[in-house]
Write a protein that binds this ligand. Structure first.
Ligand code: SF4
Length: 497
């Protein structure tokens, strides 16, 4: 959807992209939006990795990514891929490369797609052109996977760690793909901050359109955490973009078994694929949905806090995001507005994922000042909690500790799922804190972005603790780490009993 269309009509219409083949599947164009996930087994462990890929594939994901941090892992795709095919799985396999261009070249001999991170992959030494040539020769796709937390030094120096910097980073690599006439590239702009992530993807689409590029887009919120909170955070970010018509493949990242990610991503995709409705906006000059604005200075509220000062706008159509947007933009007043909708899903998780996906965009764009989920079959307490989580996921009202937890991968050095549960049990009552829980020291510190404290795996059985970006305890035994984290928060005067 181009900005000019958005000025007059709000409707669901997928952005036009070209097709990219990833092994047995194509994405982009008019192909269905594909769901994908990533293993968290060591990639050098063939049996464990193959078994996990097959579980993810059985859950319904046709694309699975594995980390390849070194030569051993890159070369092991020669074992993993044939084993999968012998087992009857046509699953498209993606190698995730962060630092070492040689590993991308090795992996490209065996896999269907290679993901590189422009933050730690140079463009001035011909390595990218070499990789493109290899991909072209074998019919391998390439993902330019920008992460907010690991932008290149020259980008940060010029742009800071901003959405604009993320776009500059992606465009630098996409221009090389275009120069090489290589169209089998996909691009992503991930962040754990939904505001940054949505803004970056929207700006990227504008930048690509300005240069006549129609590369498909991979959507994801990084380090979303687990449980209902992780699902809501993913739904807010991914839903806002799917509502714009942006997105050709989706990964929901959860700090859980990877196969749990698949049904969440599938339900989001299905929800938007069925989207209909066309809503005319009469006063387009007042706001642009491509910019963050705050219409009012009212407090962000949930359903039992709505007063007579708030207008309540109820959506009844199958496209509530566009319906609310049109109603708010067409209103003659600037009164604070609560968006309300009835959801009849019996399953609470399905219900809140839909509500978060519908409402997130209005909160991120500064058009709504409150949310109200009307679902008489669920308790008011549960609904209030979900509404607070939606406001927090959109970063407009922080009511509980936020966990920026990585989904884990083959680099993870400890049982992150159990550890996250322990950290949550100890700290979830703290208000206004962000705690990063990351699997590895290589990417973890950068990717936990603006966390107040960080708990990062630094070697087997050992943890490094951070206050912001500063290391405060290096490589301590994991048995002591939670206690030390608690003491640190207390010493900073940020602990509440
Ligand atoms: S931070 Fe987590 S998901 Fe990212 S590379 Fe490290 S272990 Fe893997």
């Amino acid at each position: 959807m181009s900005p000019s269309n958005a000025m007059n009509i709000e409707r669901f219409q997928r952005r036009k992209t070209h097709r990219v083949r990833i092994g047995s599947i194509e994405i982009g164009g008019d192909c269905p939006i594909a769901v994908q996930s990533m293993t968290n087994t060591p990639t050098a462990d063939t049996a464990a990795s193959v078994a996990q890929i097959e579980r993810i594939a059985d859950a319904g994901a046709p694309i699975v990514r594995l980390t390849a941090q070194g030569r051993k892992e890159g070369e092991n795709f020669a074992e993993i891929v044939p084993r999968l095919r012998r087992d009857g799985y046509a699953t498209a396999i993606v190698a995730d490369i962060h630092f070492v261009p040689e590993i991308a070249m090795i992996a490209a001999d065996y896999v269907d797609k290679v993901r590189i991170n422009p933050g730690n992959y140079r463009t001035d030494n011909g390595r990218l052109e070499e990789l493109i040539a290899k991909c072209r020769q074998r019919g391998v796709a390439l993902r330019i996977g920008v992460n907010h937390g690991s932008l290149a030094r020259h980008i940060v120096d010029k742009w800071g760690d901003t959405p604009q910097g993320m776009v500059a980073s992606a465009m630098e690599f996409l221009r090389i793909c275009a120069k090489e006439h290589f169209d089998q590239a996909v691009v992503s702009m991930k962040s754990s901050n939904t505001r940054v992530m949505v803004h970056a993807y929207r700006l990227l689409v504008e930048a690509m359109e300005a240069e006549g590029m129609d590369y498909p887009v991979h959507l994801g919120v990084t380090e979303a955490g687990n449980g209902i909170e992780g699902r809501i955070k993913s739904a807010v970010g991914i839903g806002a973009l799917l509502a714009d018509g942006i997105g050709d493949t989706v990964r929901v990242s959860l700090t859980e078994a990877p196969e749990n990610e698949v049904p969440v991503a599938q339900s989001l995709v299905a929800y938007f694929t069925e989207r209909k409705g066309c809503f005319r906006v009469n006063h387009p000059e007042r706001y642009s949905p491509f910019e963050y604005r705050r219409r009012t200075n009212a407090a962000y509220v949930v359903h039992d806090e709505i007063t007579a000062d708030y207008d309540v706008v109820t959506a009844v159509s199958e496209n509530p995001t566009a319906e609310w947007r049109a109603a708010i933009l067409n209103a003659d007043t600037l009164r604070p507005t609560v968006i309300r909708r009835r959801y009849d899903d019996a399953d609470f998780t399905t219900l809140v994922v839909k509500a978060a996906a519908d409402m997130g965009s209005l909160l991120l764009d500064g058009l709504a000042d409150g949310v109200c989920i009307d679902a008489p079959q669920h308790s008011p307490e549960l609904l209030r909690e979900a509404e607070l989580m939606i406001l927090q996921a959109a970063r407009v009202r922080m009511s509980h500790t936020e966990y920026i937890a990585c989904p884990s991968c083959g680099r993870t050095l400890y049982d992150i799922e159990t550890t996250l549960a322990q950290i949550k049990a100890r700290t979830s009552h703290l208000k206004g804190l962000k705690i990063g829980v990351m699997g590895c020291i290589v990417n973890g510190p950068g990717e936990m972005a603006d966390a107040d404290y960080g708990y990062v795996g630094s070697s087997a059985g050992h943890i490094t603790l951070y206050r912001g970006r500063e290391v405060v305890a290096r490589n301590i035994p994991q048995e002591q780490a939670l206690e030390r984290l608690t003491e640190l928060i207390k010493a900073d005067g940020r602990w509440q009993e």
